[in-house]
Design a protein around this ligand. Structure first.
Ligand code: NAP
Length: 285
């Protein structure tokens, strides 16, 4: 029987730590501030933005929302990013994705000051992560590492298999596991003999966006299984990339969906906001 890793509880512990750090910064006259930019009226984006603002309020970070119409041009959006780059009271800039069709997300990210790039998507921050010398880590993979650490699961020397190679999850996840001295295999849609590879994993991270894709026969008995997926099952219910019911008896530790990796992402974003405020005030991060 796998031990269920409680992402909600771990995320709450991370937010509590962040809250004390914010308090300590305020005592030094530093008031961390975050700009949250949303363009258009995508309902899922609205929920994410509200959750981010709520998390900021909970840990004491000042947040300001910029809600722009879907008709916003690339120039207008980049102008706003430049204004936010110049503001001393704003330390982190978040541009909620996806942007409406016609807006170039990559160009927008590249215009964010890397010191304010709390999502860690800017090429400069990606480069820093690659060489292992970084201030910000992308929130979801960083959340996975935090969960492993706080659950007492060592990474060093372990066979780590990551399913999915996106720029926001799979690739940085593999890099972070490598920095923690795991032996990492990164799989994707062209990988051959996938079950053979996943069965080697001591730590298996699934981030492919396919409901219940990872079945019990793909998991080595005693493996740690981390499910990043946020999918819908045949009844439209939220589920992960892992068939939890089937895999849980085989795994040593497993994250549920919901209540696993999901809550960690916003908690790590708050951590990045604090790092950004420190960085911009010449404090060690
Ligand atoms: P993505 O950009 O769609 O990337 C999916 C990756 O999975 C791609 O690299 C793709 O391979 C690979 N893949 C697809 N089908 C596969 C298969 N049958 N076998 C092996 N690999 C396969 O997705 P993403 O943004 O990384 O997100 C992945 C999942 O995580 C989604 O469910 C998303 O909702 C969730 N997510 C959750 C959080 C959170 O906070 N919990 C945050 C971000 C994402 P190719 O590169 O070859 O196409």
């Amino acid at each position: 029987m796998g031990i269920r890793i409680d992402g909600k509880a771990i995320a709450a512990a991370v937010r509590a730590d962040v809250k004390s750090e914010v308090q300590a910064l305020k005592e030094q006259g530093i008031f961390p501030g975050m700009a949250v930019v949303i363009v258009g009226d995508d309902p899922a984006s609205r929920i994410y933005v509200n959750n981010k603002k709520k998390a900021c309020a909970e840990v004491g970070i000042y947040s300001e929302e910029f809600a722009l119409p879907a008709s916003t041009t690339q120039e207008e959006l980049i102008r706003l990013v430049h204004e936010l780059n110049a503001r001393k009271d704003i330390h982190g800039i978040l541009v909620q994705s996806p942007l409406p069709v016609g807006l170039d997300e990559k160009a927008v990210v590249e215009n964010i000051d890397p010191k304010k790039d709390v999502d860690a998507f800017h090429a400069i921050n990606v480069g820093h992560i690659m060489i292992g010398d970084y201030h910000f880590l992308p929130c979801t993979p960083a959340g996975v590492i935090e969960m492993l650490e706080r659950s007492g699961i060592a990474i060093e020397g372990k066979e780590c298999v990551v399913l999915g190679r996106s720029n926001i999850v799979g690739k940085p996840m593999a890099m972070l596991l490598l920095h923690h001295n795991g032996t990492v295999t990164l799989c994707h849609s062209r990988t051959r003999n996938l079950p053979e590879i996943t069965r080697r994993a001591d730590i298996l991270v699934a981030a492919i966006g396919k409901a219940k894709f990872v079945t019990a026969d793909m998991v080595k008995p005693g493996a740690v299984v981390i499910d990043v997926g946020m999918d819908r099952d045949e009844n439209g219910k939220l589920c992960g990339d892992v068939d939890y019911q089937a895999v849980e008896p085989v795994a040593s530790y497993i994250t549920p969906v919901p209540g696993g990796v999901g809550p960690m992402t916003i908690a790590m974003l708050m951590k990045n906001a604090v790092s950004a405020a420190k960085l911009q005030n010449g404090l060690p991060v």
